[in-house]
Design a protein around this ligand. Structure first.
Ligand SMILES: Cc1ncc(COP(=O)(O)O)c(C=O)c1O
Length: 474
């Protein structure tokens, strides 16, 4: 592509993007696409000859766009959001333009030092003590794997990296509500899924410390070596908050690594009132949260904080001759702080976000969302035909439709139908989980484009659709 053509197309694309962002709410949140429909429109082989950008872009609009889920839609209430604010988008544009590979200080000094600084900003913003050091990982899954590998290496005197397992029988503990990435990390770290001990939760879906203590003691008696506890601060199902202080007491007493998985909820720690609910987090060995979920920064951007960066570097550092530099001892080489060698310049978008909004505005945004969902929770509580299924510490509400004339055994199907009917409208997108075995609707209002009216409109639509389903059954 010639420079002049690039300039023209880039200007056109910026116009397109700005219009798209203005109109995100006009799209169907989820596409009405059948499996294989997009694939069938794509040629089986790459073109031999160059194609005009106009043609490529026309196909983007014709084939790709109709098959996209619009994660930036104000009525995206599914999973957890992947917020992508305009300043973050501008940061991503520049990251793409510079296209630096930021594995070492030398390969882009500014990328390394900006990463160091924005992680210090975040550390202060979420109220962590100064001895924590941070690094940006791609995802929480990766960060949790790093935590388990670091725990494994610290416990084995860094010998498993050298010699492999020599008979150690480690155990990892997490609540029965922990995210599947914990089990995946246990597998990849070579510990084995059966050595992940799922600790029961209380009526609020938070880990029961007494059950954790008992499990550790039982394991020790059976000849296992307890290694690590992964506490969830904000479970995926219902944003339950594990009791970190009590878990930290156990970890200190038993000398276990404490990793806090705060993938979604951790961004909320910029709110002083939520920091109160996370007492004990300052005693963790490692913590992860995703600005790419709730803190308006494009995927991927996971903030990983460690109490002792030396353990991280000892676990992951491996420097072949061709990567050695004269200043290695004076700088952070983030390639040694995680799994991957090559690294994107992720700090730039986060810097843009933190500076463009400022902490006060970010706090207000998150606080508003929490308030709107609390209002919704009150409406659900007040409605005779709906039932709330979990506490609402943040901006996710779990509930189900439960009209009195419908038997318990039919409620799962009724709610699955309700969810399918709601999502089929394309006007909103919600997802489900199971809590205590019960089919549960989840509504997360964490998209930065969501307004109070969108949450209220969703609640209206939920009630109307539910009543319609009931009327059709009778
Ligand atoms: C509690 C929790 N942990 C981990 C993850 C995985 O996040 P990632 O996609 O960044 O690996 C999620 C995703 O929603 C989550 O909710």
């Amino acid at each position: 592509m010639q420079p002049e053509a690039f300039r023209n197309h880039a200007h056109d694309l910026v116009e397109w993007i700005a219009n798209y962002l203005d109109q995100t709410g006009d799209y169907s949140v989820t596409p009405q696409t059948q499996p294989g429909e997009i694939l069938a429109q794509l040629p089986a082989l790459a073109p031999d000859q160059p194609e005009a950008f106009e043609q490529i872009f026309a196909d983007f609009e014709k084939i790709i766009l109709p098959g996209m889920t619009h994660w930036q839609h104000p009525s995206f209430f599914a999973y957890f959001p992947a917020n992508a604010s305009p300043p973050s988008l501008l940061g991503e544009m520049l990251t793409s333009a510079l296209a630096a590979q930021c594995m070492s200080w030398l390969t882009s000094p500014a990328a390394t030092e900006l990463e160091q600084r924005v992680m210090e900003w975040l550390r202060e913003a979420i109220g962590l003590p100064k001895h924590f050091e941070g690094v940006i990982q791609d995802t929480a899954s990766t960060a949790t794997l790093c935590a388990l590998l670091s725990a494994r290496e610290r416990a084995s005197g860094f010998s498993i990296n050298e010699h492999g397992f020599t008979g150690q029988r480690y155990r990892v503990y997490a609540s029965s509500e922990a995210h599947s990435s914990v089990e995946k990390a246990v597998r990849i770290a070579g510990l084995g899924s059966t050595n992940l001990v799922k600790i029961p939760v209380d009526s609020e879906f938070a880990l029961q410390p007494q059950a954790l203590q008992t499990a550790i003691e039982t394991d020790r008696k059976a000849g296992y070596t307890p290694l690590c506890v992964v506490a969830a601060w904000g479970t995926t199902g219902s944003t339950a908050l594990d009791p970190l202080a009590e878990i930290a007491d156990i970890c200190e007493r038993e000398q276990l690594w404490l990793h806090v998985d705060a993938a979604y909820a951790g961004s909320g720690l910029i709110l002083p009132e939520l920091q109160q609910l996370a007492k004990g987090i300052e005693r963790a060995d490692s913590i992860v949260f995703n600005p790419h979920k709730w803190l308006l920064t494009h995927f991927d951007c996971s903030a990983y904080f460690v109490r002792d960066a030396a353990v991280l570097e000892q676990t992951f550092g491996l420097t072949p001759e061709y990567l050695k530099t004269a200043i290695d001892r004076q700088v952070n080489n983030y390639r040694d702080w995680g799994i991957q060698l090559g690294r994107r310049f992720r700090a730039l978008k986060l810097w843009f976000v933190l500076r463009s909004y400022g902490l006060v505005e970010l706090q207000q945004l998150l606080r508003n969302q929490i308030n709107w969902v609390q209002e919704l929770a009150n409406d659900i509580d007040a409605h005779p035909d709906f039932e709330r299924l979990a506490p609402v510490p943040l901006n996710l509400v779990c509930f189900r439709y439960k009209p009195e004339q419908i038997a318990e055994a039919e409620l799962d199907d009724l709610n699955a139908n309700l969810l399918a009917s709601l999502n089929a409208t394309g006007q909103l997108f919600m997802t489900h989980t199971r809590l205590n075995g019960v089919y549960t609707l989840r509504l997360v209002a964490g998209q930065h484009r969501t307004r109070r009216e969108d949450v209220q409109a969703a609640w209206e639509q939920i009630q109307t659709t539910a009543q319609g389903l009931l009327a059709n059954r009778v």
